[in-house]
Design a protein around this ligand. Structure first.
Ligand SMILES: Nc1nc(=O)c2c([nH]1)NC[C@@H]1CN(c3ccc(C(=O)N[C@@H](CCC(=O)O)C(=O)O)cc3)C=[N+]21
Length: 290
């Protein structure tokens, strides 16, 4: 084994600590805690687990976490009405509607209903457009967490060859935008990409976000590459990423584990985004780096 392990869990703990310190300053100045509303529709056990750990992390950072649970058969209009109420509530700085939603609900209708300036997930098309054009806005938590790990590991990314595997609106596309903004040469690969191994071979940075267990093989990697594994796949053998982790350890320069890599960063960045939303909404100048 030659690769360094990228300890996302430790980095996320540090970020949560820095957020908590700035939250304390915010509370002094604004006279209230930042508020994050999390909406969970139905009772998918995996979603319930994420929502619970989000709730715990929110409280630990000194923020107010408000959970709304709706039955799986809730009419779409009732969900939209709840979003409207949260948009109008001055104590709420961030709104997260846990995805996926039941199939009778149009996810786009819900995502676009959230006030873009409370959209701490960064899923609203206005925030996607802001990211694409270099305007300030909310950036989706998972790709921003990946970028933080990359910059911590590599410093300046400018000129590096980056391959993003996956083109989702939630991870692949915003990840590519972030890497373009860092002056990487970015390739976005996906299920129709021809000869993925040779595309990956060129990359100094590989971000795997496909949702297929251990799809990215160690032999594809350029020796010394930095590998960020966004995949969280539940298999009979346990939780595994999109990368052949054991193999990558012998080829890569650095690699994120699953669990303990990108996942914890997603929650830490969510708290960061919520704090920044609160500071903007109350005109509080944040002090101390995040
Ligand atoms: N509107 C919305 N925003 C989200 O950000 C969102 C969502 N919907 N729906 C579900 C996915 C999933 N997600 C994760 C968060 C933390 C871990 C995490 O902390 N994982 C740990 C533990 C994994 C485990 O044991 O299950 C790890 O990777 O080490 C994983 C996944 C946020 N999501």
């Amino acid at each position: 084994m030659t690769a360094a392990l990228i300890d996302g869990k430790a980095f996320a703990a540090g970020l949560r600590e820095r957020v908590a310190q700035r939250v304390a300053r915010f509370v002094e100045q604004a006279g209230r805690a930042p508020g994050l509303a999390v909406v969970l529709v139905g009772d998918d056990p995996a979603s319930a687990v994420y929502v619970r750990s989000k709730g715990k992390a929110t409280t630990a950072a000194g923020m107010a976490g408000i959970e709304h649970r709706l039955p799986a058969d809730v009419p779409q209009q009732a969900l939209l009405d709840l979003v409207d109420a949260l948009n109008a509530d001055p104590a709420i700085d961030g709104i997260l509607v846990q995805l996926p939603l039941p199939s009778h609900i149009d996810e786009q209708a819900v995502t676009t209903r959230i006030d873009p300036d409370k959209d701490v997930d960064g899923f609203h098309p206005v925030n996607a457009g802001r990211l694409a054009t270099g305007l300030e806005g909310f950036v989706p938590c998972t790709p921003l967490g990946c970028l933080m790990l990359l910059k911590d590991q590599l410093g300046d990314l400018s000129g590096l060859d980056a391959v993003v595997i996956g083109r989702s609106n939630i991870v692949g596309k915003p990840m590519a935008q972030l890497l373009i903004a860092e002056s990487c040469t970015v390739t976005v690969a996906h299920s129709r990409t021809r000869d993925l191994p040779s595309v990956v071979k060129r990359a100094d940075i590989v971000v795997a976000a496909v949702g297929r267990p251990q799809m990215v093989k160690a032999e594809w990697l350029k020796p010394g590459a930095t590998v960020i594994d966004v995949g969280i796949n539940r298999t009979p053998e346990g939780l595994v990423g999109d990368v052949d982790f054991a193999g990558a350890l012998d080829v890569a320069g650095a690699v994120t584990p699953v669990p303990g890599g990108v996942g914890p960063m997603t929650i830490a960045v969510l708290l960061r985004n919520t704090l920044i939303s609160a500071e903007r909404r109350e005109n509080v100048v944040g002090e101390g780096a995040l």
